[in-house]
Design a protein. Structure first.
Lengths: 123, 164
């Protein structure tokens, strides 16, 4: 391995570390609202502290999202890769589960942050 | 000419088999877009031993055929954007001569992940997916080093044969 290879790898790892810190300092608090979007459009918003099961049948696909004990996870999906199911449970602001084949995302936000966005759209 | 076509066909078939084998492996990192990318062995070593036009052919044919056989329209968008950006970056870096095959492979793997992430954020219409940016960079570095080392080994064996 050349010295320049090591510099390249070091630079990439440094960028990864910095972006990790930026993302996690912004999002280390527990969120309170779950936003499900399909193809970039909001499908529904649900409080994180109420247990529920959300069945989404869009884009010719099926996803079952479960909110339980302040955590969200994808219980089932009929997408080919099942990455969304294996992404596990999320509970913090900024965390996101995506199901790429179904163009679906489940993200956690903070109520105040979420209302800010609604206001921005309303203007 | 016919030797060239045979080579392209052979390498495309090899890349497709690697993709297929990887899909069979019960490895799931739990993060969308993180995979070993065994098929990149063909592309990375191809950048060093083949005409660059042929490498583009191999890479594009593999992506389209795998998309047709096993994917859906959406998965094709991700693999195509990753594949194009990755090969473009590797081609330019190899030409520049700054890095060894490991550096080129790492840059290719990382840019593949970035290309897919950009495509995914456009398709799902949500920039929050950049939450995965740091882990995709690290995964790209790790897989890039592995593929780069293996490709280096392949070159030492294959290059003398190619010249015959």
């Amino acid at each position: 391995m050349k010295k320049k290879d090591i510099i390249l790898i070091g630079t990439i790892l440094l960028i990864a570390l910095i972006s990790y810190l930026v993302i996690h300092f912004r999002s280390n608090n527990t969120g309170n609202i779950v936003i499900v979007s399909v193809s970039g459009e909001i499908y529904g918003k649900y409080p994180l502290n109420e247990n529920r099961i959300i069945d989404v049948n869009e884009n010719k696909g099926y996803n079952r999202i479960v909110i339980n004990d302040g955590k969200v996870y994808m219980e089932e999906a009929d997408c080919p890769d099942k990455y969304c199911v294996s992404q596990g449970k999320i509970s913090k602001t900024g965390e996101i589960i995506v199901c790429l084949p179904h163009k679906l995302s489940v993200e956690i936000k903070n109520q105040s942050e979420a209302t800010d966005e609604i206001d921005a759209v309303a203007k | 000419m016919s030797k060239r076509i045979a080579n392209i066909g052979l390498m495309t078939a090899l890349a497709m088999i690697f993709s297929y084998v990887e899909a069979m492996l019960p490895i799931n990192f739990g993060i969308p877009g993180v995979k070993i990318g065994i098929a990149n062995l063909v592309v990375v070593s191809g950048v060093y031993i083949l005409n660059i036009k042929d490498v583009w052919m191999i890479s594009m044919i593999r992506i389209f055929l795998m998309g047709l056989l096993f994917g859906n329209g959406v998965s094709l968008i991700y693999s195509l954007s990753g594949g194009v950006l990755s090969l473009l970056v590797m081609m330019l870096l190899k030409k520049s001569g700054i890095f060894s095959i490991k550096g080129v492979s790492v840059a290719g793997a990382v840019s593949h992940n970035i290309g897919q992430l950009i495509a995914a954020s456009v398709v799902i219409g949500n920039l929050s997916i950049f939450y995965y940016f740091p882990v995709l960079l690290i995964a790209g570095v790790v897989m890039g080093i592995i593929i780069g080392m293996l490709s280096g080994r392949i070159l030492t064996g294959v290059k003398p044969e190619m010249n015959n």
